[in-house]
Write a protein that binds this ligand. Structure first.
Ligand code: ZN
Ligand code: ZN
Length: 147
């Protein structure tokens, strides 16, 4: 288990304690699955993945744990232009943006300091405390353009 996973687990543990929430093995197994194996995922995919693991968890537990993880900011929610929400771990992850192909649904990540600078400038000019930037570019990827 690497440091990020261990630290995410201790943050989660602290959050559950402070909120009088149950610390179950299932919840930590879900957190570990997200932090070790998942990049961008939807709840159903995570549920299927958990079914294959040693911990058999119910669909309700997966959905409920996702809600708790959102609450304590260990994951964030993305709109990738589909009917389902996608999620992504946040801890130990560099801030990045997404390029989403509307045909094959591929999601690519990119970083651009200039975009971040621009957002910081806009925020300070509006006396706004910037907490997060979410930028999704929708279009057709180079593979789909060929076909
Ligand atoms: Zn594509
Ligand atoms: Zn991402």
């Amino acid at each position: 288990m690497n440091d990020i996973v261990a630290e995410a687990k201790s943050k989660f543990s602290e959050f559950l304690e402070n909120n009088n929430n149950r610390k179950t093995h299932e919840r930590f197994a879900i957190l570990e699955e997200i932090y070790t194996n998942q990049n961008h995922f939807d709840a159903e995919t995570l549920y299927v993945q958990m079914k294959k693991s040693a911990y058999r968890v119910s669909r309700a537990t997966v959905y409920n744990t996702i809600d708790v993880l959102l609450e304590c900011n260990l994951i964030k929610k993305h709109n990738f232009g589909q009917n389902v929400s996608f999620f992504e771990k946040t801890y130990g992850i560099k801030a990045h943006h997404h390029i989403i192909c509307t045909q094959c649904k591929a999601v690519e990540e990119f970083e651009d300091p200039q975009i971040n600078d621009a957002c910081n400038n806009i925020s300070s000019s509006k006396n706004f405390k910037l907490e997060d930037i979410s930028l999704n570019l929708f279009g057709i990827c180079h593979l789909c353009m060929k076909t």
